[in-house]
Each structure stands twice: as C-alpha cells, then as structure tokens.
Ligand binder design. Structure first.
Ligand SMILES: [Zn+2]
Length: 108
C-alpha cells in the first residue's frame, strides 16, 4: 500500500458518492415518508456507513507534526472532526494531536 497526494479523481469519487446518497434519500423519501420514517432513517444510516467505510479504506492521514502516515478505523473516521482536507487526529507514532492531512492510497 502506498500513500499519495489527493487528486481530482479522489475528489470526484467523494462527490459522486454524496450525490448517490442524496438521490437515493430524496427518491425513497417520496415513497417512504411520512409513513415509513424508520425504514428511511435506517436507509440513510446504511448509506452513510457505506461512504464512511469506503472512505476509511481508501484514504489515509499524514501527521502534521512528524509526517507519520496512518490509516484510521471506521469509528475514528466517523467520530473525529473533519477540516476540509484535514482531520483532527492523534498520531500513532508521536502521540501528538494535529491537523492530519488527508492522503489517497494506491492499492495493489
Ligand atoms: Zn506524528
């Protein structure tokens, strides 16, 4: 696995997934709401889980303090603060908190 800088394809991949999420939510809202709001909410949660899960398998973060690169778990991805192309993370190596830079990952 190799870390690399983000490119336009990464940005597009995120945008496409967000658009898919919105389209599905709006489409199903017309069918399911207001009677089946629980099913609709579950669907929304599943879609968010899908995107977050995809994101944590395809992106990594670089520590702002020591340059250590790491991937993070689903829960961390979900539960930490995003700052556009950065994330507020604690580094596994130097144990310091920093605004870690988002990186793409090349899978083999
Ligand atoms: Zn570090």
């Amino acid at each position: 696995m190799k870390y690399r800088k983000l490119n336009i394809k990464d940005v597009m991949a995120v945008i496409v997934r967000l658009i898919i999420l919105v389209i599905i939510e709006i489409g199903t809202a017309m069918v399911l709401l207001p009677g089946h709001i629980i099913i609709w909410v579950i669907l929304m949660v599943l879609l968010v889980v899908w995107i977050v899960n995809w994101h944590c398998h395809n992106f990594g973060y670089e520590c702002d303090k020591c340059g250590h690169k790491q991937m993070i778990s689903f829960l961390k991805e979900f539960g930490s603060i995003n700052l556009v192309n950065r994330k507020y993370l604690k580094c596994k190596k130097c144990k310091k908190w920093s605004r870690a830079k988002l990186l793409g990952i090349d899978k083999k």
